[in-house]
Design a protein around this ligand. Sequence first.
Ligand code: GLN
Length: 248
Amino acid sequence: MKVRVAHLYPDYLNIYADRGNIAVLERRARLRGHTLDVTGVGPGDGLPDGGVDLFYVGGGQDREQALVAPDLAARGEAIRAAVAAGAALLAVCGGYQLLGRGYRGRDGSWLAGAALFPLETVAGETRMIGDVLIECSFAPGAPQTVAGFENHAGRTLLDPGAEPLGRVVAGFGNDGRSGYEGCRVGTAIGTYLHGPLLPRNPWLADWLLARALENAGAAAALEPLPDELERAAHAVAAQRARARGGKA
Ligand code: GLN
């Protein structure tokens, strides 16, 4: 099955090797006999003809965010409709912030967002940096942990009733105070976790791939992969985060 992927602003929002998340999805799809048809979407570009099964947007500094924010905000209705119809989405850090209602930078400037996630972000005086471990309970089965790395000035505040991605076990998370990290709206996930995220969190990669395959009309059951290396990388990252103790 071909999975249509829209990689938004790959030349602008690609900090901390976030592009690696696409490589992981491509490999995990190929090992199951599927292919990812990835289209880079820059400012002014159209979305892939025929529809999108998975949107991906990485992180970036305030400057790069300002360069793409108006274009991304203008795509809000199309992205919200696609996700409501079942498309998967992964947004990391700066991309996550701009998929909320907006981001207020350190200079007080307001960048209106795509309003997919029910949240807003305000840059603080200090940066939240370090290894992070969160616990997610939205996937079937036992709660799963997600390990990664965060580096953001933004403090993200979820609306009352909004669903976080997970509970912070170690690290700052959305704002360093709520005890939660990220946001999930159906098949769409936003998170602060770089790393890149997916190589050390194979269950999350497969969850996104399964949602994208469902949207493409394929059966979502993915046979498990050995993932020894990935599990080992997760364990190392999780241990690093736990060694950091609670919040930094
Ligand atoms: N510029 C945003 C912030 O500092 C996002 C940073 C990032 O994507 N790592 O919060």
